[in-house]
Design a protein. Structure first.
Length: 202
């Protein structure tokens, strides 16, 4: 286990049966392209966040069809939270909470420095801060580390050494922690990401 004050990395943490549930949810026609440049004060060190990837938001699909996935994912993060932060968290609410992200090397996919502690999303304008509803983020890697090059997960103030997650690895971090995925230079990096809600910190 590798742990820092700002993130927890548990290699090979998810069993094969659970990984199958996570992978079997994906259907080819569910993927959407995401290419954006966010320009929000406090969102990144430059105020801009370049985000190029493909994704599946499960909120756009049937909630009941994914109950098993939601339950398994929340049980994983619940135990990690109890061991490391003990935040007051709630189960996933299907409102932008769980999604798949695919980074392709031939597209130079990446996600610049950003935070996940979303306070509000109103009329296309996002605001971020310490009183957000996103308390924790959990990422489960669904690719082997030798399936792709690049694609390091890096945490602010610790990015002189990032990590390239492998199949079944879990990384959890508080929503207020800045992080990024460096460009994937070859292959594909597939992850399942969940934003864990809860009452405001303050």
């Amino acid at each position: 286990m590798s742990r820092t004050s700002r993130s927890v990395h548990l290699p090979n943490f998810v069993d094969a049966d659970t990984l199958k549930v996570f992978k079997d949810t994906i259907k080819p026609d569910m993927w959407q392209d995401a290419t954006s440049v966010a320009d929000i004060k406090g969102y990144s060190s430059t105020g801009k966040c370049y985000n190029i990837r493909q994704y599946i938001h499960l909120k756009t699909h049937s909630q009941s069809a994914h109950d098993k996935l939601y339950s398994k994912l929340f049980n994983i993060v619940k135990g990690i939270n109890e061991d490391h932060w003990n935040f007051d968290i709630k189960s996933f609410d299907n409102n932008d909470s769980v999604h798949y992200v695919l980074y392709k090397g031939d597209k130079n996919h990446h996600f610049d420095w950003h935070r996940d502690d979303l306070v509000s999303f109103d009329k296309g304008k996002r605001s971020y801060g310490p009183t957000a509803a996103r308390k924790l983020t959990i990422m489960v890697c669904l690719s082997n580390s030798n399936d792709y090059a690049g694609g390091e997960f890096q945490v602010d103030a610790e990015y002189n050494g990032g990590t390239r997650p492998g199949l079944g690895d879990v990384i959890v971090w508080p929503g207020y922690v800045r992080h990024r995925c460096t460009p994937v230079t070859s292959g594909e990096r597939l992850v399942l990401v969940g934003f864990v809600p809860g009452p405001n910190f303050v």
